[in-house]
Design a protein around this ligand. Structure first.
Ligand code: WT7
Length: 636
């Protein structure tokens, strides 16, 4: 039996039991056998759910990039570490070997050092999916700087909020990005954002699209000339196990984004362990995750997890629809991809297109298919299974979160029999619990409740940057001695979990986690808007789409409603990003409210979802008559 690599169901059960009976010795053995340490830990785990505080491998010294790069050089120096596939299929793919990655990371690390970046400093990375993105992430980790990657689809305001929240002193960006047939002026977005940021001293600019851009004297520098002059080796900074590795922002049900802080050792061990098992990675495999490194999926399962296992990881710059809807499958054929990991929303979008786009390509290299980010519906699951996996590839429906750092509930291919729409069983070390609203654990099978985790795991986020109280309130206050996920789930007769969706004011749109409050804040900035409420409703491609109820200050017919809708969506786009735009906007005179003045979103969700047969009890409302008005004017 191997703790690290599970190969069949019986082994899973044995390993799982062991991981629950004695978590510390379980993780200790894995940490000992599969990673490189400068000093061993004094203590595997200490924790306190009240504070809350969690420490894994305390006292250990390490550098994660030695584990992801240096230790592979002897045996896999010439193996491709990162396989870069550009946006444009006519541009050649780049095979970056472990040796080359080692050198590129060292050079970038030396450039950062020469710009005054030191251990513990925050560096914001705002780049498209090009090799420099992965290299920058690793270069920060090399010198102990804390990276904060901001998805390059976010607006200048969203970027500025994130830079200011963690006082980043340096930003790495590019002159622009390619996205399908479009180019995007990333540097312009950075310039706009930085008008509101005092902490940033330096902006390093990658030349990706050869754009004529403005370079601000004393602040902006082209990266290439600096890299050319940089030394090709860089001694790793020796980090403590619990030193922060990165901050990654995720939206919450209220206010500003939460800067989730992940630390070094536990994150490394767990992301590597889960990558190995969930994707059953073997030495010659070519693994491809289509996410962006701007999300946790990219951090854990494009960069750290795969590289810690010496894998070949594909990085794709483009979009599934360019130059046509066959692009993903063309890449699978071209690079003989063995594991393919994507989001249900991408599957649904591709399933709507002509099957010819799939059938043109040889997909026989595929062994394992994965999904992440939102519940996958049965239809999409079967389409994926039949047309992509040809019914020969296990599908792993992986449930996890930015906060969990790694996959928590997922089948293990060739071990766990899959059932469509079920994330199935917890991975070793993960102890889920379903809770009722009174705070009691619901035992037994065929039950549903709020999904919590009742024991610490190595890659859990340790705090929210600059706001430990919010960390406590959001995740550890709803249920005593438990981490609360914000999701609902059911457990079936054999103990499989099915995630039923968010139980808070977060909506998952195309696999992106969007808090409704920040969107409402953006809308309310519009001078004509008095109040608004955003809810999610089911959408056949996106999973959920956003529906906005907006009360105007003046209800006069004089304003053109279509123009207002455009202006509202423009505001959202500017403040957050295009992903948060509303699909439907209904202007209304009132919103159903409780006597304490809280908007009854439950009712608004049902109306937006066309599910008004049972609205529940509306008699406690302050203004029950509003419900009918809202229903009469619903946008279908
Ligand atoms: C939320 C976390 C984890 C990387 C991407 C999203 C939803 C995630 C699944 C799944 C059903 C899922 C949950 C979760 N979610 N995976 N397999 N089945 N729902 O990370 O942005 O932090 O969002 O995504 O609601 O809480 P995130």
């Amino acid at each position: 039996m191997s703790n690290y690599h599970i190969k069949h169901l019986e082994e899973y059960f044995q390993v799982y039991r062991k991981s629950v009976r004695n978590p510390e010795s379980y993780w200790e053995e894995i940490a000992e056998e599969h990673f490189m340490w400068h000093k061993r830990w004094d203590n595997v785990l200490s924790y306190d759910f009240e504070k809350p505080e969690f420490k894994w491998f305390e006292g250990a010294k390490l550098n994660i990039t030695e584990n992801c790069i240096d230790r592979h050089l002897r045996t896999r120096g010439d193996k491709t570490a990162i396989l870069f596939e550009p946006n444009n299929p006519d541009e050649e793919a780049q095979h970056i070997s472990y040796n080359e990655l080692h050198e590129r990371v060292a050079k970038m690390a030396n450039v950062l050092k020469s710009q005054g970046v030191k251990k513990g400093d925050r560096v914001c990375i705002y780049l498209p999916m090009i090799p420099e993105l992965a290299v920058s992430v690793l270069a920060c980790a090399r010198i102990g700087a804390i990276h904060s990657v901001v998805f390059a689809g976010f607006s200048s305001t969203a970027l500025a909020t994130r830079i200011n929240d963690s006082d980043c002193k340096l930003v790495i960006t590019s002159d622009g990005s390619f996205r399908g047939s479009k180019t995007i002026d990333l540097k312009g977005i950075v310039d706009e954002g930085l008008k509101k940021c005092d902490s940033v001293e330096t902006v390093l600019v990658v030349n990706r699209i050869n754009a004529e851009i403005e370079m601000k004297e004393g602040r902006d520098q082209w990266l290439q000339p600096l890299l050319e002059k940089a030394e090709t080796t860089c001694a790793p900074e020796i980090m403590d196990a619990e030193d922060p590795l990165f901050i990654l922002y995720t939206s919450g049900s209220t206010g500003t984004p939460k800067g989730m802080v992940h630390t070094t050792a536990g994150y490394m061990v767990y992301s590597a362990f889960t990558f190995k098992n969930v994707f059953q990675y073997r030495e010659d495999d070519v693994y491809w995750c289509t996410a962006d490194i701007g999300w946790i999926t990219g951090h854990s399962y494009i960069v750290y997890g795969p590289l810690a296992n010496g894998a070949t990881t594909v990085m794709f710059e483009g979009v599934p629809s360019y130059p046509d809807y066959g692009r993903f499958w063309e890449i699978v054929e071209k690079h003989k991809v063995t594991q393919f990991y994507t989001a249900p929303t991408a599957i649904r979008a591709l399933a709507k297109e002509n099957l010819e786009h799939v059938e043109k390509y040889d997909l026989t290299s595929l062994k394992v298919l994965g999904t992440v980010g939102e519940p996958i519906n049965e239809e999409a699951w079967h389409w994926y299974d039949e047309n992509i996996g040809k019914k020969k590839c296990p599908i792993v429906d992986t449930w996890w979160q930015t906060e969990t750092g790694g996959i928590m509930i997922s089948p293990i291919p060739y071990s766990t029999p899959a059932i469509p729409t079920f994330a199935t069983l917890p991975l070793p070390g993960i102890q889920p619990a379903l809770m009722d609203e009174e705070g009691n654990e619901i035992k037994g099978n065929q039950v549903d409740g709020r999904l919590c985790i009742k024991f610490p795991w190595p890659s859990m986020a340790r705090t929210i940057w600059g706001n430990h109280q919010r960390y406590k309130d959001t995740y550890f206050s709803a249920f005593k001695n438990m981490y609360f996920t914000g999701d609902g789930a059911l457990r079936d007769s054999v103990g499989y979990y099915r995630i039923t969706g968010r139980v808070d004011d977060v909506v998952i749109v195309s696999g992106h986690n969007l808090g409704t409050a920040p969107i409402e804040d953006a809308i309310n900035e519009h001078p004509a808007v008095a109040e608004s409420a955003i809810v999610g409703y089911p959408h056949e491609v996106k999973g959920n789409a956003l529906y906005g109820y907006v009360i105007l200050k003046e209800t006069g017919e004089s304003r053109n409603q279509d123009n207002l809708r455009k202006e509202i969506n423009q505001l959202i786009s500017d403040r957050i990003g295009p992903i948060a735009k509303l699909d439907k906007i209904q202007f209304t005179n009132g919103l159903p409210k409780t006597r304490s003045g809280k908007i009854m979103r439950r009712i608004l969700r049902k109306i937006a979802s066309n599910d008004t047969s049972n609205l529940g009890d509306t008699s406690t409302l302050l203004n029950p008559e509003v419900v009918q008005e809202v229903m009469d004017n619903v946008i279908k």
